[in-house]
Design a protein around this ligand. Structure first.
Ligand code: GLU
Length: 429
């Protein structure tokens, strides 16, 4: 089994779905479709570098706690490693490794010159003060100092991190090397070289992909009924942009529960409410409370899982009534559930396409930083739209030519481009 070379740091429960095994299955499926040489599959099934560091942190009460921080660099044949840093209690080395592999295919699919990476620390940011989070982020960065850099590996925000953490990472790296290095991270604050439009980019990208998928069915965003699981950076941006485009966002949920309104939720008001209620939407007026499970089974045109992986599984897939599922999260639909949805004719817009907007604008941020020329938001959004629509069209075309579902089509494009580069570069020595 290719994935068995990664240590199992967590004790799997019987229902445990290993994210790394799932990622390898998608790779193997794409490789089979492409008739790839087994040697390539072997190379691409293993991350090139796996780093785990200990992060001792002094808590505000004086106690010392030691956290484990990971950074996995999957494959750099197309360019420097790129990928987010996740702060979440469910982070494991296997999850980070799977997400690093997804980043490789995602970057190749949207045509940006990066390899995939991902990092993470298993912690719940809710239980740490700002000062503690800063100390954790700085120590993690300093432990990784030789593994990251503007032409080596460029971290970005992911679940549980934001521009604030990127500023701390950029500062720590810069102080250690002795001069300011804005290009070491993306998703930074504008004040230190961040790009306009980066914060909303993943949600905006999802909106473009959903718009194109509806257009292909002869429909428009106006009046489309949308349910969104997750109201963090990605879910809330997608909700707002879809609402502004005329869609009816009928339900939204967070980890603590959700809200539903047949007439469509007032998303700008919900954003303000969540910001004042520790990011929860529960209790929002003029809406009916619903559970996360209920949200996933609502009759709607578009369901957007924008939270964690493995949300739509064999157990609940039969309850999903949406005609389109747009994966704004990474891996929210399991392998088996994906097959069930595809068999029922549900359009599944795969994660490596539907949530690629974030890394696309990260790339635009990096390009602006390297050229010292900064663009207005309109230009950034236009470039994002053009790269997203182009990738969407290529996936549709690939799906038609090969008569395969969209996910496999997206993977064959991503994996195929990486394999082509791997073959052209050859093996050293
Ligand atoms: N964390 C985001 C993702 O999973 C963005 C990564 C980046 O911008 O490098 O795609």
């Amino acid at each position: 089994m290719v994935s068995s070379s990664l240590p199992r740091l967590e004790a799997p429960s019987p229902a445990y779905i290993c994210p790394y095994d799932q990622a390898c299955s998608y790779l193997e499926e794409a490789a089979k479709e492409l008739k790839l040489n087994q040697g390539f599959v072997e190379v691409l099934s293993h991350p090139r570098k796996v780093v785990t560091v200990s992060i001792p942190v002094k808590r505000d009460n004086g106690e010392v706690q030691v956290l484990a921080g990971h950074r996995v660099q999957h494959c750099d044949v197309l360019g420097p490693y790129k990928g987010g840093i996740r702060y979440h209690p469910a982070v494991t080395l296997r999850e980070v490794s799977a997400l690093a592999m997804l980043m490789t295919w995602k970057c190749a699919l949207v045509g940006i010159p990066y390899g995939g990476a991902k990092g993470g620390i298993a912690l719940d940011p809710k239980f740490y003060s700002v000062g503690e989070l800063e100390r954790i982020t700085r120590r993690y960065t300093s432990e990784l100092i030789k593994d990251i850099g503007p032409s080596i590996d460029i971290p970005a925000p992911d679940m549980g991190t934001s521009a604030r953490e990127m500023a701390w990472m950029m500062d720590t790296y810069s102080v250690n090397v002795g001069h300011a290095v804005p290009g070491v991270v993306t998703g930074k604050p504008i004040s230190v070289g961040g790009s306009r439009g980066r914060e909303m980019a993943t949600g905006r990208g999802t909106m473009f992909i959903v718009r194109e998928a509806l257009a292909d069915k002869g429909e428009s965003l106006v009046g489309a009924r949308v349910a969104i699981q997750g109201f963090g950076n990605v879910g809330s941006a997608a909700a707002l942009l879809l609402h502004e485009a005329g869609a009816k966002v009928i339900a939204v949920s967070t980890g603590s529960g959700g809200v539903f309104s047949e007439a469509g939720l007032d998303i700008p008001a919900l954003k303000v409410y969540a910001a004042n209620n520790r990011r929860s939407v529960v209790g929002f007026g003029q809406a009916i409370p619903i559970s996360n499970a209920e949200l996933l089974s609502l009759p709607c045109d578009v369901l957007i899982p924008a939270a964690l992986e493995n949300q739509i599984t064999e157990d609940n897939v039969n309850q999903v009534q949406a005609r389109i599922v747009a994966e704004a999260a990474n891996g929210p639909v399991t392998l088996a559930a994906n097959q069930a949805l595809e068999a029922r004719g549900v359009t599944v817009l795969p994660d490596i396409l539907a949530n690629a907007g974030g890394v696309v604008v990260s790339y635009l941020e990096w390009v602006q930083g390297l050229s010292y020329v900064f663009w207005d938001e309109e230009r950034v959004n236009k470039e994002l739209e053009s790269l997203m629509v182009q990738a969407y069209r290529q996936v549709i075309q690939q799906s038609k030519i090969r008569q395969i579902p969209l996910r496999l089509a997206a993977y064959t494009l991503g994996v195929g481009r990486v394999a082509q580069a791997l073959g052209d570069r050859g093996l050293y020595p």
